[in-house]
Design a protein around this ligand. Structure first.
Ligand code: AMP
Length: 422
């Protein structure tokens, strides 16, 4: 199956080819034809499945072929609403990439920055607007955004919108959109509140597409588990970063404070890293993200909300410094690696208090995550687990080779805190 087979026009196919997209992913294969027919869509799929292209490509094509540019400033014809700034920026980048030969113009608006540059761009006219809910309503209320011409509306990451308390904003927004429109609704999970919301947004007979997380991420990612006591987690992280080879790694912590603490610990050991989370300014987050994307730093610390949807090519490794208490979040996290077509690895640290989370996760993904029994910082709070530790850490196969040098400083020193059996 190719994009051409799905009815995608040459101008967009050319851009996709240049991007190395040879074949559509399952969600693209299932969604694109129905969207090109003008149907509504209810899709249960998460980041990592190729869902952005699944909605961006057919919207671009419909705007390109069905709405030849008339005289005067452009009117907003497609609106994509998404919960976080990072995700909004990435969606705009995707529209730029796939639409580069179509002349379709987009812009992105989000809060936390001055509104003036955003207003200027809106005044010049855009075809596609990508927005977070708060700033969108704000600029609508101020009269800078006219939604009357919107023919395509996408609500992205709907479950996360509700988690983040955007439900009232969304309801307000929907009430102001034209009735005659194509609506697309994306959510990783479909609890009753989400199904109810989707009913308010979508027409009577939306096409339904379900891409199960197990199909997409958990099966493709090489997962491993390290039982470790809480106090040894920073040392284990340092040990791994100094001994394995990787291109880039996102380390997830549960709290913002935890992320900052790890950055400081790594810094002391000569490993450059940066944290993105809600306490950082928008500029600091963007800078950290672009340094990471450019390869200037290889280690990015993130909390779940900040990392939501960040799209980084060739991310080889995710480390769960803390296990999430929601199993879906685990799948989201490891979905940062193993994106759409390539595969990756995910290492998880589990202390004794996190054992219950681990059970829930394993039940959810319907897999036992392979345990790495030998490492220098075992869980000494769990009697039965204490094993003879060995300097020769056994690593998941993809990291075992290592003709290449391990990343990070301080490479050949043995960890001074490794005191053998404890
Ligand atoms: P998403 O689920 O939209 O966050 O996309 C996940 C990743 O898959 C992104 O890095 C996309 O650039 C990539 N991607 C999406 N569709 C394809 C495709 N058909 N072929 C190759 N890569 C893709």
């Amino acid at each position: 199956m190719t994009f051409k087979d799905l009815g995608i026009c040459d101008s967009i196919c050319k851009a996709l080819e240049e991007e190395g997209y040879n074949n559509p992913t399952p969600i693209q294969e299932q969604s694109i034809p129905t969207l090109l027919n003008g149907n509504d869509l209810l899709a249960s799929a998460q980041t990592g499945t190729g869902k952005t292209a699944a909605f961006a490509i057919p919207i671009l094509q419909q705007l390109y072929l069905d709405h030849p540019q008339s005289k005067g400033p452009r009117k907003i014809k497609a609106l994509i609403v998404t919960p976080t700034r990072e995700l909004a920026i990435q969606i705009a980048e995707s529209f730029d990439t796939y639409g580069k030969y179509t002349g379709i113009r987009n812009t992105v608006i989000f809060g936390g920055v001055k509104q003036e540059p955003q207003v200027q761009t809106l005044r010049r006219g855009v075809d596609v607007l990508i927005a977070t809910p708060g700033r969108l309503l704000d600029l609508m209320d101020q009269g800078f955004i006219n939604v009357k011409s919107i023919a395509h509306f996408v609500l992205d990451e709907a479950d996360r919108m509700l988690d983040m308390g955007f439900v009232h904003d969304i309801r307000k927004l929907i009430a102001r959109l034209p009735h005659d429109r194509q609506s697309l609704f994306f959510s990783a999970t479909m609890p009753p509140a989400i199904v109810e919301l989707s009913g308010k947004i979508l027409g009577n007979h939306p096409e339904k597409v379900i891409i199960k997380p197990e199909q997409t991420t958990a099966e493709k990612v090489e997962q491993s588990l390290y039982f470790v006591s809480k106090k040894w987690k920073p040392k284990l992280l340092l040990h791994l970063l100094q001994t394995i080879s990787y291109e880039s790694v996102i380390v997830f912590t549960r709290t913002k404070h935890g992320a900052d603490k790890v950055v400081r610990a790594l810094d002391k050991a000569g490993i450059a890293s940066a944290a993105i989370h809600g306490n950082k300014s928008q500029n600091a987050r963007q800078k950290a993200l672009s340094n990471f994307k450019d390869g200037r730093i290889k280690v990015l610390l993130a909390t779940d909300i900040a990392a939501r949807g960040i799209d980084i090519d060739q991310l080889s490794l995710v480390i769960n410094f803390d296990l999430p208490n929601i199993p879906e979040t685990y799948v989201h996290r490891i979905g940062r690696t193993g994106r759409a077509v390539s595969s990756g690895a995910a290492m998880s640290f589990c202390d004794v208090e996190e054992r219950a989370y681990l059970r829930d996760i394993q039940r959810f993904i319907n897999q036992q995550i392979p345990v790495i029994p030998e490492h220098p910082f075992p869980d000494d709070e769990e009697e039965e687990f204490v094993k003879k530790p060995s300097g020769n850490t056994k690593l998941p196969s993809r990291f075992r080779d290592s003709g290449s040098k391990p990343a990070g400083g301080n490479r050949n020193k043995r960890n001074p805190n490794y005191r053998g059996r404890r």
